[in-house]
Design a protein around this ligand. Structure first.
Ligand code: VGL
Ligand code: ZN
Length: 261
């Protein structure tokens, strides 16, 4: 009986491996590169990363991303844009107009970087206060011009986020309240994307939120560390640990050719 059991165990194992191999062969991997918020406001504009505590230079991601676009055969390219109306909830300049919804402290106590809880008008939402940035149709909301865009025959699309005045959206998939989705997930699904590689600005905010959502929506998710720059050392460290905890792989741009063959 023991010998029979061992034999069955062996044969079953072999059969499973064979099935796995076939599945791997027939299910096609589709690779997307997400280029998050490479806009002038984060490079040399109102939220320039070199002015924030980590003193990083957002422009440094551009040659890294350009090289990736030229050398790696991604199937889909997504450019995201932080795209706020003037009266956006994240702007510290708007706190006065929203003072009746500020929970707790008097609105004048708040400074850039503080978190305020707004009780309305549309949502109860926690918000970090930023300077006015990426206002729709302004120069600094444009995607950096020296970032190359693949040939038009390749799959490429643009996602605008943070357009609702009453809730912020760090993730390119969902708003911060997780109530509304952009068209990103639909678009990726329609192209049968399986793997999402994320680059851009800022590592600790919009890149992180987008990566966590990509994982949540079941994509194999990779953050390309040297193709990202962040706002703050502490939050960068926190999010890198958070990626590992959530099985998001942290990779370097030079390693990607080995992953995508
Ligand atoms: C971002 C802060 C505010 C980002 C956007 O793109 O990371 N950060 N809005
Ligand atoms: Zn923003």
């Amino acid at each position: 009986l023991l010998i029979t059991t061992i034999c069955i165990f062996f044969i079953e194992g072999k059969r499973r491996n064979e099935q796995k191999r076939i599945k791997k062969k027939t299910s096609k991997n589709v690779y997307a590169l997400l280029i998050v918020d490479v806009q002038y406001c984060f490079i040399n504009g109102s939220l320039a990363l070199n002015q924030s505590s980590a003193r990083q230079n957002g422009a440094e991601v551009i040659p890294v991303i350009n090289k990736l676009i030229k050398s790696v055969p991604f199937d889909v390219f997504v450019y995201t844009m932080d795209w706020h109306p003037k009266d956006h909830i994240s702007f510290i300049d708007n706190i006065k107009d929203r003072q009746e919804y500020v929970l707790g402290d008097h609105y004048e106590q708040y400074k850039i970087g503080d978190t305020v809880t707004y009780t309305g008008p549309k949502y109860w939402t926690k918000q970090i206060l930023w300077p006015t940035h990426c206002v729709q149709n302004t120069f600094e909301a444009q995607i950096a011009e020296d970032l190359i865009h693949p040939l038009p025959n390749q799959k490429i699309f643009y996602i605008k986020k943070g357009t609702d005045p009453d809730v912020d959206s760090y993730s390119a998939f969902t708003d911060n309240n997780k109530l509304h989705m952009t068209i990103l997930n639909e678009k990726l699904k329609s192209k049968h994307v399986t793997h999402v590689f994320i680059s851009g600005l800022a590592l600790d905010y919009c890149v992180a939120a987008t990566a966590l959502d990509a994982k949540h929506f079941n994509y194999k998710t990779f953050v390309i560390q040297d193709a990202c720059r962040g706002v703050d050392e502490k939050t960068i460290k926190f999010q890198l640990r958070n990626f590992k905890k959530n099985h998001i792989r942290i990779v370097q741009s030079a390693d990607i050719k080995k992953i995508i063959k």
